[in-house]
Design a protein around this ligand. Structure first.
Ligand code: GLY
Length: 585
């Protein structure tokens, strides 16, 4: 009998051991593949005169064409934004919003907030049932999920303040693309096919991108109504969108779907020039987006606190590095949930959150050998007196002007609502509000009073368009889509260059990890860490979640690094979408 028990135990031990060895071997294999990718493409595109990195080759080309015609980085950025609305409609848009962070060749910095706003009729309980519970998907799907779009006003503002070519010349390439039609890439054909049912369910009419047979790569898609809308914007500027026929069509669509946006909302929309968040990290100056984005504050909190961590000694994606990043991120995202919201409605304690004293206090609670449970992490105590589709593109020109724009419809294809007769999609940005304290949004982010819905208020964002200076000169332009993972992807990309000495391309192509306080876990891209490091991390008490596919990646970084000789290295994230393109000249 004892012998039998011993045999059973021995067999069980062999099975468990074999299982562990297989898991180890598989993870070694993933990790090896990631390292191979890094070796295959050690450097991005190098060019002397200008660079555009965006989510689609035709958008990048459009930007380069404008630069070659003598336009500056801001002209090119406007042209890219409109081109993306045609060639990359799952996130590129005129029916959404976004942020610009800029630096001119002579060192002036600034930011433009063209984030969507809650409609004037919006109210706190608009997504709750009679018992006060959130109604599933109401803030995500259909007309009620739509915030008042800001993109067109933003582009008009950028042209007026920073552009050099006539606005009409910057929008014309997008009109041409829409009229001539665009050959679908495989990724886009798949995207439309996957969204087909949602498009049919969420529109009272049949959107023009829906057809009986599935889309194939290489098919030509003409955007006739969108071309006309863009022509109205070309000819009438912001009035071509916020007034006249486009506004009438938009409000009719919203009203049909039970939404709240009115002609008054559209007429009242204005984007806002804001002081960017500026701070130092090692030998660089970081310029990033202020509230209503949480991105700039969170990124600076992470980078400033990182100065006290020996990332260089630990090495890239070593368990000690990932543990420290995670612990910092837990605290920063806990702060985000409580303190950050639209600064026009809520006093955001920017200076306190970024003060050395505050950050040192937050750091002091980190144990280098053991994780802190997220339930034990709370937002910090401040001194009382002081107060999953988005897209990013980076542009630089020969004069050293730099534009970092992150723009979004929020989810892929936003609310899925097409404005009939106008050919564009509307955002579902209302989900970025805290629809009820403690209830997570589509990115698992929670919030409270600071980010509660109010009429005319902007919803809190994670978008982090960022520019770095070194020795008083442009050093890096960086940003990414990815919802709540935007901040940590930008953070790691900067660490990869500054701490780990990577090229821009290696920094973008390296595997990433992510944590955000809640849920209490570390998400790891397949192959981003070696199995031994993952084991060490688990022994520190962390819950690890490995993305199941190489296609599931955190962010999709589009970045440019200035080389010591002054040329630009443009790096697109080639791991997930084959459409992302760095183009230089
Ligand atoms: N819609 C994603 C963000 O703004 O963070």
């Amino acid at each position: 009998m004892k012998k039998t028990i011993r045999r059973i135990l021995a067999s069980a031990a062999i099975i468990v051991l074999s299982g562990v060895m297989i898991v180890f071997a598989v993870n070694f294999w993933y990790h090896y593949q990631v390292l191979e990718i890094l070796e295959e493409r050690p450097q991005g595109v190098i060019a002397a005169h200008g660079m555009v990195v965006s989510a689609h080759p035709l958008a990048s080309k459009t930007g380069i064409d404008i630069l070659k015609q003598g336009g500056n980085a801001f002209d090119a950025a406007i042209a890219v934004q409109f081109a993306l609305a045609v060639v990359y409609p799952s996130a590129g848009n005129i029916g959404g919003g976004g942020f610009l962070v800029y630096r001119t060749g002579d060192g002036q910095v600034g930011s433009l907030d063209f984030r969507e706003k809650a409609p004037l009729k919006a109210h706190r309980t608009m997504y709750l049932d009679k018992r006060g519970n959130p109604i599933p998907r109401l803030s995500l799907d259909g007309a009620l999920a739509v915030g008042v779009p800001g993109t067109v006003d933003g582009m008009v503002q950028i042209a007026g303040k920073l552009g050099s070519l006539p606005f009409a010349d910057l929008i014309q390439p997008a009109i041409n693309l829409a009229r001539d039609g665009v050959l679908l890439t495989e990724k886009q054909a798949n995207g439309y096919n996957l969204a087909r049912e949602a498009f049919l369910k969420l529109n009272p009419h049949r959107p023009y991108v829906v057809r009986d047979e599935p889309w194939q790569a290489g098919a030509r898609l003409v955007h006739a109504d969108l071309a006309e809308t863009l022509e109205r914007i070309r000819d009438r500027g912001r009035e071509g969108f916020y007034g006249g026929k486009t506004a009438a069509l938009l409000v009719a669509e919203i009203t049909r779907g039970g939404g709240l946006i009115s002609l008054e909302d559209l007429a009242a929309y204005r984007s806002v020039w804001r002081e960017p968040i500026v701070g130092s990290y090692r030998s660089t100056t970081v310029i990033s987006m202020p509230p209503p984005s949480s991105g700039g504050i969170a990124l600076l909190q992470l980078l400033k606190a990182s100065e006290a961590v020996s990332f260089k000694t630990f090495g890239h994606n070593d368990d000690r590095s990932v543990h420290m990043m995670t612990e910092l991120e837990r605290r920063v995202y806990a702060d985000r949930a409580v303190f950050l919201g639209d600064p026009d409605y809520y006093e955001v304690p920017v200076r306190s959150l970024l003060s050395d004293q505050y950050l040192a206090g937050r750091m002091s609670t980190i144990d280098p050998d053991q994780k802190t449970d997220s339930t034990e992490v709370r937002a910090g105590t401040l001194p009382p007196a002081e107060s999953r589709e988005t897209t990013h593109f980076s542009v630089v020109d020969r004069w050293g002007n730099a534009a970092a724009i992150t723009t979004t419809l929020n989810g892929g294809y936003g609310s899925k609502v097409f404005v009939e007769g106008a050919g564009f999609l509307l955002n579902n940005e209302m989900d970025d509000f805290s629809i009820k304290p403690g209830v997570p949004n589509m990115y698992g982010l929670v919030g409270g009073e600071a980010n509660a819905i109010e009429p005319g208020k902007r919803m809190l964002s994670s978008m982090t368009p960022t520019i770095l200076e070194k020795d008083g000169r442009l050093f890096m332009v960086v940003g990414t889509p990815g919802g709540s993972t935007i901040i940590t992807s930008v953070y790691q990309t900067i660490l990869n260059v500054v701490e780990h000495g990577m090229t821009m391309q290696q920094a973008v192509s390296s595997g990433r990890v992510h944590s955000q306080w809640l849920p209490d876990q570390i998400v790891i891209e397949k192959g981003a860490m070696g199995p031994m490091e993952m084991l060490q991390l688990a022994l520190k008490g962390h819950t690890l979640k490995v993305y199941p596919s190489f296609k599931s990646t955190l962010g999709r970084v589009a970045a440019i690094l200035v080389q010591p000789d002054g040329r630009y290295e443009g790096a697109a994230d080639y791991r997930r979408g084959v459409d992302d393109t760095a183009a230089g000249y």
